[in-house]
Design a protein around this ligand. Structure first.
Ligand SMILES: C[S@@+](CC[C@H](N)C(=O)[O-])C[C@H]1O[C@@H](n2cnc3c(N)ncnc32)[C@H](O)[C@@H]1O
Ligand code: SF4
Length: 419
């Protein structure tokens, strides 16, 4: 059983690489599994790129500073070998979105990404309108490289701007400055990307309300289709955890969040998740699939996945070896897998709530039944408590978190822990 603390830690930035606690394997037969799937959830593919130019002091993602030459060819071969061994788990299914995340995938050459995408297309069925996102750091890309990524088939970028203020960027240990951040968004437009995201963080060391507002103002002026606005969190095993910087207090951080919400909404970016804002029809389909508890296959060092098996009536989570060197050495063998577990009924309910209650629109009855294989009546008691606490509202179809429910997301989800 996964401890709630492990699930409720950081903001759910990228569930495919959130470290779930490795649990003691419990024989399948010991669970009272009552899933009854009548159809499979949609499927996404996550590919992890574990290297960065420099490790940022706040980052707890599976990212490692490059030492020496980037093992590009070997890593792409490893990804293809990893995928080939996973194919039986997803036979016949269509991939609706693909996300290349990191780390810094934009360190890889366009030729490398092209070779990878060609290998994927030859082995998988891509939906005709598949969303293919690549994460890029300003400071590692120029316009011609964006154009080459676009030609290779990437149709969405996610650019890690964080801030446009040089003093803040320095505090965050970033390798780029404000001008480079602006240039990368301009380059994305010029390279033909009409769909790209800018990542910004707030409640940064030394930040005030005005600089937070200025950052959003600059981001909006660059017309991305999507903006992710994350509150900086201090994670264990980071340099910031060891040497904590002075952060804005809770009151100021809350004021920045509220101000940001209204600034973004006024500019036409609608909030659809705690940290995600998009222009009409420009939500990130890949992340939406995580938040709707869809299925995803994970390839690469430290990648996680969640796959529903109709024949077995199970949901399995698996994760790959984290360290890039060890992953490279084991990619062609079953030892690339660091662990896996079948979700119990209780885990399934909790994880569904943890994800869907991050969404402004919450979920409906059909989504619950289709993606968990369970009946909504199994959580009726907890739903009623959440409603009476003012954390949820319900009509005949939808179950939505209220503003208070979103603010107290952890408390809300705790109601769905097994009693
Ligand atoms: C997986 S990271 C990788 C993106 C890319 N490598 C970069 O940093 O430019 C995705 C985003 O998560 C956010 N992030 C990472 N660590 C965070 C933290 N401790 N608190 C809040 N947001 C964080 C940043 O906005 C970052 O752009
Ligand atoms: S560039 Fe991104 S992934 Fe790499 S260390 Fe910094 S925040 Fe983490």
């Amino acid at each position: 059983m996964t401890a709630l603390g492990d699930l409720l830690g950081p903001p759910l930035l990228c569930p495919a690489i959130i470290p779930f606690t490795a649990t003691i394997a419990v024989p399948y037969s010991l669970f009272r599994i009552m899933h009854q799937f009548t159809c499979l959830p949609p499927l996404a593919l996550y590919i992890h790129f574990p290297w960065c130019v420099r490790k940022c002091p706040y980052c707890d993602f599976n990212s490692h500073e490059i030492r020496g030459e980037l093992a590009e060819r070997a890593y792409i071969d490893a990804l293809i070998a990893d995928l080939e061994q996973e194919l039986p788990r997803i036979w016949g299914r269509t991939v609706n979105s693909l996300f290349m995340g990191g780390g810094t995938p934009s360190l890889f050459s366009a030729d490398g990404i092209d070779r990878l995408l060609s290998a994927l297309r030859a082995r998988l069925t891509f939906a005709a309108n598949i969303e293919i996102t690549l994460e890029a750091n300003p400071g590692t890309v120029e316009q011609y490289r964006f154009a080459e990524f676009h030609a290779a088939g990437v149709n969405r970028l996610s650019i890690g701007v964080q801030s446009f203020q040089n003093a803040l960027l320095e505090q965050l240990g970033r390798i780029h400055d404000g001008k480079q951040a602006i240039r990368s968004a301009e380059a994305a437009h010029k390279a033909g990307f009409d769909n790209f995201n800018l990542d910004l963080m707030f409640a940064l060391p030394g930040q005030n309300k005005q600089t937070a507002t200025d950052d959003l103002h600059t981001a909006i002026s660059l017309s991305p289709s999507h903006i992710s606005y994350y509150q900086l969190t201090i994670e264990p095993n980071t340099l910031f955890h060891k040497h904590p910087p002075v952060l804005p207090n809770d009151e100021l951080a809350w004021a920045m969040q509220c101000e940001g919400q209204s600034q973004l909404t006024t500019a036409g970016y609608n909030q659809y998740e705690i940290s995600a804002y998009a222009q009409t029809d420009r939500q990130c389909r890949h992340n939406l699939n995580y938040w709707q508890f869809g299925d995803y296959l994970g390839i690469g060092a430290g990648a996680h996945d969640k796959i529903t098996d109709m024949a077995q009536q199970t949901i399995t989570r698996s994760w790959k070896i984290k360290h890039p060197d060890t992953y490279l050495a084991k990619a062609t063998t079953k030892h690339r897998i660091a662990g896996s577990r079948i979700l119990s009924e209780d885990d399934t309910t909790l994880e569904f709530m943890l994800n869907t209650l991050r969404l402004t629109n919450g979920f409906n009855n059909d989504l619950f039944q289709q993606h968990t294989g369970l009946k909504l009546s199994s959580i009726e008691q907890a739903l009623q408590t959440a409603e009476s606490n003012g954390w949820l509202i319900r009509d005949n179809e939808y179950i939505q978190p209220t503003e208070q429910g979103q603010q107290f997301h952890n408390d809300l989800v705790t109601l769905f822990l097994p009693t």
